[in-house]
Design a protein around this ligand. Structure first.
Ligand code: G3P
Length: 218
């Protein structure tokens, strides 16, 4: 399972990268706004900054919602850097644009997916990734992990190459559950990644090993 970080925060991206386990980055307009990145030039500059740090796919989201504009915006984003993946919303024009962009050899990430039906359409259109939003599905009293499992199963039956990129990850447990059901990628906040390190018995055990070592040296 690949690990992406779901942020536009450079410090956090660097911290995850330094851990040695980072495979890519996903951003969205909300995450860019959170970092105060405004205006086309600054936005493009920021994507390039991220691409210079991480050697892996970097999702950059379009803000257009009609076919022609999504394609124009997608081409501009894709031309920025070979690792840019054009993130396109799961809407009718989005699916049409994904079909077109994938035929042009441009990588795409179909975002805002909340059902298996939407995931089937994205795969048919040739999306590189489908992003089902685990946490937001949970928020609406449905089972986000069950949705990931369902999509992984369907893609497996038909051999669709589209990768299931579990998004809207809220906890370390989400990451483990995504691994259990075969998600190809998880995109996570830094805290959820670092949370995987934690176990009280590790801390207790390490303290004991170190104090026994000190005693043996006294
Ligand atoms: O990758 C999508 C993600 O950023 C949404 O997360 O926590 O806003 O549902 P969240």
């Amino acid at each position: 399972m690949k690990f992406f970080i779901d942020t536009a925060n450079i410090t956090q991206i660097k911290e995850a990268k330094d851990l040695g386990i980072l495979d890519g980055v996903t951003t969205n307009p909300s995450l860019m706004a959170k970092e105060g990145i405004k205006g086309d030039d600054k936005i493009m500059e920021h994507y390039l900054k991220i691409c210079a740090i991480v050697k892996g796919d970097v999702s950059a989201e379009v803000i257009s919602t009609d076919y022609k504009s999504i394609i124009a915006e997608g081409k501009t984003l894709a031309a920025l850097h070979p690792n840019i993946v054009v993130k396109v919303p799961m809407i009718k024009d989005g699916i049409k644009a994904i079909k077109y962009l994938s035929e042009q050899g441009i990588k795409t990430n179909c975002t805002l997916a909340f059902s298996a039906g939407q995931a089937i359409l994205a795969a048919k259109a040739g999306a590189t990734y489908i992003s089902p939003f685990v946490g937001r599905v949970d928020d609406s009293n449905w089972d986000g992990i069950q949705l990931i499992a369902q999509i992984v199963q369907i893609y497996g039956i038909y051999g669709y190459p589209t990768q299931v990129l579990a998004a809207s990850i809220r906890s370390s447990l989400h990451i483990v559950r995504c691994a259990e059901v075969g998600a190809h990628v998880v995109t996570c906040p830094l805290d959820a990644i670092l949370g995987l390190l934690k176990h009280p018995l590790t801390d207790i055990g390490l303290e004991k090993f170190l104090s026994d070592f000190k005693k043996s040296q006294a």
